[in-house]
Design a protein around this ligand. Structure first.
Ligand code: FAD
Length: 471
């Protein structure tokens, strides 16, 4: 049997790589992990965590405004300091990196700083040094993709937007996927004039059509200037540092910053994978089977680099499944069904299961329940924000196929419903559940009026306000 330096060599210390390496180390494997940047990866340093901290920070503006309707008078107008929020965020990210490094050390994982490259099926090179391993795990994540537009170099990516020196006065966001709408919420709440250019007619491609239409309306109410079916043709920097943006329709827009939230691509360039025989797809993602094995038996891949479901908890679950399979004799595949997702827009979105469109395609006839209402808090605050709740199920009280919500706490509420969906909850069981009153979440168990079939009212358009709407 060959004598390798390690049982597992992981390239990339983000969510997936750290999870796999820690579990493998805990199972007694000899593990090394190389990271070219900071341990913790995108989630900790350029994604979920810093983004959510900024969402919290930005949302205080509305909290202060809403307090007035509830009897509060602020002695002085609240003042916001971006530098203080940035410093607090950066301190937390540093703390988290320390936690990650400590956890790896405690699991016996050797961390090697530097960029890794696959040399062959069992060899990884970091700088001048070569290491051999029985198994190689590619967990290099993804990076922002930029459109081919003249002057694109003057724009920002989400990486840059998280650590700007100041809040731009006028910001253009190109793209209305989850990253675009999250940053729109952050910077709008912090006082920027935000314009969004996007290709479709509503934001959040891939989500349920009602969710998309509803969030589009809510963003407009918050003052985000939405420009559907608009693309950037050219970005020009002016002598005063501002940017002049030319649209595909020949209009110009003057802004202080442009954020390209135009998707992400798998991080495989220059990794040596194809030369080692690893098959990549047309987007450059590593092609893997259900057990995250690539076309080369000893090379596996997890997380965004495989372009399956690009979320942190998925990368972690895939990483752990790989470690269990390799070192605990339990060949486990990650179950990619029923994965809930959230968008930390303002208001936020939570979703699990099928969209209405998918449900109709897969199951034919489905029952759809939709309710939109004004949250109780805003009856007193006067804010014109509404909540959307939607349940899609098999006919006659059958299995629930999808839960969707736009409104305060949607991601928190959806987590519990994701468990129910995974357990095969039926609409009858929802109906038999006693609600928690008064909450927005109780709407999920008090929906009784089915939305008329699409012939009467086209699917994907917002239905009537349901019985319990509070106006
Ligand atoms: P990553 O976390 O990207 O880790 C890959 C690591 O590999 C990086 O540290 C990189 O430096 C390193 N690396 C790359 N190449 C090499 C090399 N050759 N040698 C050594 N090291 C290398 N997901 C959620 O679940 N919830 C959210 O709210 C959420 N918000 C997000 C917000 C933003 C702005 C972004 C960009 C992403 C967000 N995500 C969110 C997605 C989430 O961050 C990713 O799905 C997750 O980080 C993927 O983990 P990973 O291990 O595959 O890759």
């Amino acid at each position: 049997m060959a004598n390798y330096d390690f049982d597992l060599f992981t390239i990339g210390g983000g969510s997936g790589g750290v999870a796999a390496s820690r579990r493998a180390g805990a199972l007694g494997a000899r593990v090394a992990l190389c990271e070219e940047n900071q341990v913790g990866g995108t989630c900790v340093h350029r994604g979920c965590v810093p983004k959510k901290l900024l969402v919290y920070g930005a949302h205080f503006r509305e909290e202060f405004e809403d307090a007035a309707g509830h009897g509060w008078t602020l002695a002085e107008p609240p003042r916001f300091d971006w530098g203080t929020l940035q410093a607090a965020k950066d301190k937390e990210l540093e703390r988290l990196e320390g936690v990650y490094r400590r956890m790896l050390k405690d699991s016996g994982v050797r961390v090697i700083q530097g960029r890794g490259r696959v040399v062959d099926a069992h060899t990884v090179e970091v700088g001048e040094q070569r290491y051999t391993a029985r198994h190689v795990l590619v967990a290099t994540g993804s990076f922002p993709s930029l459109p081919r537009v003249k002057g694109v170099e003057h724009g920002l990516t989400s990486d840059d937007a998280l650590s700007l020196k100041a809040v731009p006065r006028r910001l253009l966001i190109v793209g209305a996927g989850y990253i675009g709408v999250e940053f729109a919420g952050i910077f709008r709440a912090l006082g920027a004039r935000v314009t969004m250019f996007f290709r479709g007619s509503t934001v959040l491609r891939g989500f349920d059509d009602d969710v998309r239409a509803f969030l589009t309306q809510e963003l407009r109410k918050k003052g985000v200037d939405l420009r559907p079916e608009t693309q950037v043709a050219d970005v020009e920097k002016r002598p005063d540092g501002s940017l002049s943006v030319l649209t595909g329709m020949g209009e110009t827009l003057e802004v202080d910053a442009v954020l390209f939230a135009t998707g992400r691509v798998p991080h495989t360039k220059g990794l040596g994978l194809e030369a080692a025989g690893v098959k990549l797809d047309e987007r450059g993602a590593v092609c893997v089977d259900a057990h995250s094995r690539s076309s080369v038996e000893s090379i596996l891949a997890v997380g965004d680099v495989t372009d399956r479901i690009n979320l942190t908890p998925v990368a972690i679950a895939e990483g752990r499944a790989v470690a269990e399979g390799l070192f605990n004799g339990q060949e486990r595949s990650m179950d990619h069904t029923g994965v809930a997702s959230a968008v930390f827009s303002q208001p936020p979105v939570g979703a699990v299961g099928c969209t209405e469109r998918e449900a109709r395609e897969k199951h034919g006839a489905v029952d759809v329940y939709v309710s939109t209402f004004r949250p109780m808090k805003h009856v007193l605050s006067g804010r014109e924000e509404r909540t959307l709740i939607k349940v899609i199920c098999e006919p006659d009280g059958g299995r629930v196929l999808g839960f969707h919500m736009v409104g305060a706490d949607a991601p928190e509420i959806l987590q519990g419903l994701a468990v129910a969906l995974k357990c095969g909850v039926t609409k009858r069981q929802l109906d038999a559940t006693v609600g928690i009153h008064p909450t927005a979440a109780e709407e999920f168990v008090t929906l009784r009026d089915k939305r008329p079939e699409p012939e009467a009212e086209s699917a994907g358009e917002l239905g009537h306000d349901a019985r319990k709407s509070v106006d």
